[in-house]
Design a protein around this ligand. Structure first.
Ligand SMILES: [Zn+2]
Length: 154
């Protein structure tokens, strides 16, 4: 969620990469920024804070830098995808943008931090299951020229 300088929520959202149809860009941070920028095209991000469950991935981290979000707080570490610890590998211009942004772990209860980790683990597991199902569907298609296995004739 995005919190404005007065401390109220300016926009909120969740990951919708797999909702309705596959959209690789719709991580929660992107959904929030898309919604906010559509509604408030004239607002600068000074004083705004983005709160997210995990450390932003490379795509979202770059977006938050480009958008000029002043502060980013995440509930839990994401050792798999998080980009924050690798910011020194960004091109110089992006590193310069990063000098204007404060990013760090939010001070939250242990149980809320664990909740953020659990929900993201579940999402990753569901993603893995969906990829496995897609792969076996493709394999069935290539074997059966479009018919499912039960209906194919030999
Ligand atoms: Zn992301």
């Amino acid at each position: 969620m995005l919190v404005n300088p007065r401390g109220t929520v300016g926009a909120q959202g969740q990951n919708t990469v797999f909702y309705r149809h596959f959209r690789s860009d719709l991580h929660a941070e992107m959904v929030v920024m898309n919604a906010f920028e559509e509604q408030h095209p004239e607002v600068t991000m000074r004083g705004y804070t983005l709160l997210c469950s995990l450390k932003p991935c490379p795509m979202c981290f770059a977006r938050l830098l480009a958008a000029g979000v002043q502060t980013v707080k995440f509930l839990a570490e994401d050792t798999w995808e998080g980009m924050v610890n690798h910011r020194q590998y960004l091109p110089a211009a992006w590193q310069r943008l990063g000098q204007r942004q404060a990013i760090g772990q939010a001070e939250v209860s242990k149980s809320l931090r664990q909740f953020a980790l659990d929900t993201s683990t579940r999402a990753a597991r569901d993603y893995g299951r969906a990829e496995t199902e897609k792969a076996s569907f493709r394999e069935a298609l290539s074997r059966g020229s479009g018919q499912d296995e039960g209906a194919s004739f030999h």
